[in-house]
Write a protein that binds this ligand. Sequence first.
Ligand code: EPS
Length: 404
Amino acid sequence: MIKFVTAGESHGKGLITVVSGFPSNLEVSEKYINSELRRRQLGYGRGLRMKIETDTAEIFSGVRFGKTMASPISMLIRNRDWENWTEKMSVEPIDKEIEKITIPRPGHADLVGSQKYNYNDIRNSIDRSSARETAARVAACSVAKRFLEELGIHVGSYVESIGGVYPKDNFVDKLFSCELPEKFSAKKINEAVDESSVRVFDEAHEKKIVNKIKVAKKRGDTLGGTFFVVVSGVPVGLGSFIQYDTRIEASLAHAIMSIQAVKGVEIGIGFEGAELFGSQVHDEIILKKDKFWRTTNHAGGIEGGITTGLPIIVRGAMKPISTLMTPLKSIDLATMKKVEARRERSDFVAVPACAVIAEGMVAWVVAEFVLQKFGGDSMEETKANYESYVKQNFENVKKNFKRK
Ligand code: EPS
């Protein structure tokens, strides 16, 4: 099965990821991965670090003449900022006195990390818990995204709200209709919102959000928001109700919740469904040419832990970044006295980046379930298995249930 690990500190030499389990003969390029990395770096409201870095992945292994060899793919993203941290983040012990960080920021991993790992310097908590790690994730997940594209499965994402600023036109209804309007097909979503400084559809909404971010900046404050991830071209039958850990929405929720600062996730209409009658929630079954379809997609493309063939729709909520320029109260661990939390260079808003990361994580989960179901050591084998299943699925149901 596919796996990835990441390594690296935010202000260390760089980030590394090792990706294994993908079939051979999948076309992968640094150019493709780097364009995903670029998307993660953008967004109005990011801090100065993004001006220092131009994240690029160097493929170290696993790819030859532009195609995977089925061997582990390893990648390195160097931290340009490292040159400013060679002493503070030195691998070897150094003679010089390095100032220790002793004041934890509320909401960050600073305190709990230090309590758990017996650190004597909060820097150790900061550097690995930082969302800088997501650069390595995006690199790893872009292999999954590339893999899915070969099967006609596309993943897109957009920002729904930042700091409670939602679009005037509530197109969420359209998102949950049975046929995604062209605007909401995964590919189109990215084409449309990647142009926007906050990854939203319309300019009026973008302006309102930018103004809200300006207010946050002025206050020395930060903002969170909500985002959607949409997967189109999904086959019926990924995931299963057989065990708790085989349900695809459980894995999707895990993937989204694993992203730094994410505090909520919904599949389909999620929490809204809890307030409605069953008749208002469930998607009626209809026939559409040679497949089963639904009149709506409130289920977000998943019933009984299994994909229905309609687009997968996942919504996530990111809390505001916890580094505040107008700090909250904290305790100095060196004196145990009440103090203001530490200020540190950071982002004011990172919801647009979070949506891109979520897109990658969702692609990873879908690729995982595709490979579990269809297997294959080479792309040719995976594609052949996939295509024969997709072709036969509807006919099999008809054959199995036909009255004699
Ligand atoms: C990030 C790099 C970090 C932050 C951000 C994400 O850079 P630095 O801490 O050096 O300014 O911009 O991380 C956080 C907000 C956090 O709380 O850790 C990145 O590459 O995405």
